[in-house]
Design a protein around this ligand. Structure first.
Ligand code: PMV
Length: 359
């Protein structure tokens, strides 16, 4: 599908509300570097999570005096949150071309996260995807023949314009965003669900998030993507991600956990390597992050338990393991890794089925 297929042309005036719950996701093949209009420099693939979610209620109604700006109330955890408004307004500016009705409606957007806001877990994927789904409900109410497939694609398309990784949170348990030769139906404009193309071992994969540092990132992902424009390793990195995705596809479909681990850990370290080699350079991991990684490697060598790690753009560590190792992994985590977490905090999550409508 083309970008122009997502432009809605009718003038509508409706009222109503909807509520969507969208999960966060953790990339295994990382997106880092983009072109204009939120087009990724390389394809990415992620596990959609299950418990780490944002619930968003979108209430809308016709706007009486039509002005050129947006009419928006945004509440986070029941309270006005002015610091989020510029990001949402930027998002609305990007999507107005595709859903012009956001100018002649008033929107009240009320969001709540299931995880603590200041946990260092990126909430842009879950929040932008839930807001997109809610706002797109207006078009769906008008166009009653809209298919579920198109609705989700367009929601993913809109979410991408808020935050690239948000495009992947629409679907679960595993999705791919960014045109590539490994998945023929992939697109730079929206994510696709590849859950039915992977071995069943990955459909119940566990993700324990160790909260090493809960403070706000010193460098935003927007800035990080931008720095890829001058990173001397950028070209090689974009090729590496494409090659990794090809190999990863094989590991995912055959259930080859050894290769899964090799690619996942290499992708995590490559992402942070790009940060180390940016100009200006920066470091987002902490000494505790490295201690955890070393403990995981020792434990895996000694026990052959196939537990591995990935990192997002921050210091927290995402541990990944098959569900049948849950007991032994949790024992290891509690006894050896919680000492590296801020206030011993962690979140036990697992892959989930994507966004769902609540009301
Ligand atoms: O969606 P953004 O613009 O916040 O970028 C996300 C970048 C990473 O989380 C580091 C990787 C990814 O693919 O999710």
């Amino acid at each position: 599908m083309n970008e122009s297929d997502f432009i809605f042309k009718n003038k509508i005036s409706l009222e109503g509300f909807s509520e969507w719950i969208s999960p966060s996701n953790i990339a295994l093949i990382k997106y880092w570097g983009k072109q204009k209009n939120q087009i990724p420099k390389n394809p990415s693939l992620s596990f959609t999570l299950s418990k780490s979610t944002t619930k968003t209620k979108v209430t809308y109604g016709p706007r009486l005096n039509n002005k050129d700006d947006f009419s928006l109330d945004f509440l986070f955890n029941g309270k006005p949150e002015p610091s989020f408004v510029p990001k949402i307004e930027m998002f609305l500016n990007r999507i107005v071309r595709y859903i012009p009705y956001i100018k002649n409606h008033h929107f009240k957007i009320e969001s709540q996260n299931s995880f603590p806001h200041s946990s260092g877990i990126a909430s842009s994927a879950s929040s932008m995807s839930s807001i997109s789904l809610g706002i797109l409900e207006v078009e769906k109410k008008y166009n009653t023949s809209m298919t579920r497939d198109f609705f989700l694609k367009k929601a993913s398309f809109l979410a991408r314009l808020g935050s690239g990784s948000a495009s992947r949170s629409i679907y679960g348990p595993i999705s791919v965003w960014g045109k590539n030769s490994s998945y023929k139906d992939s697109s730079d404009y929206y994510a696709v669900d590849i859950g039915n193309r992977v071995n069943e071992v990955f459909l119940k994969y566990q993700n324990t998030i160790l909260l090493v540092d809960k403070s706000k990132k010193k460098i935003s992902s927007t800035k990080g993507h931008e720095l890829m424009e001058t990173n001397p390793y950028a070209f090689e990195r974009f090729n590496q991600a494409k090659k990794n995705l090809k190999e990863f596809k094989k590991a995912l479909s055959s259930g080859d956990i050894d290769n899964f681990i090799k690619i996942v850990e290499s992708e995590a370290l490559s992402l942070h390597g790009l940060m180390l080699t940016s100009n200006p350079y920066f470091i987002l991991f902490k000494p505790e992050t490295l201690s955890i990684i070393n403990k995981i490697w020792d434990f895996r060598n000694e026990t052959k338990c196939p537990i591995c790690f990935t990192l997002d753009a921050g210091a927290n560590v995402h541990l990944l393991y098959p569900i049948e190792y849950k007991k032994i992994a949790l024992k290891f985590i509690k006894e050896n890794l919680l000492v590296f977490c801020q206030n011993g905090k962690y979140i036990n999550d697992m892959v989930g089925l994507g966004s769902k409508k609540n009301k």
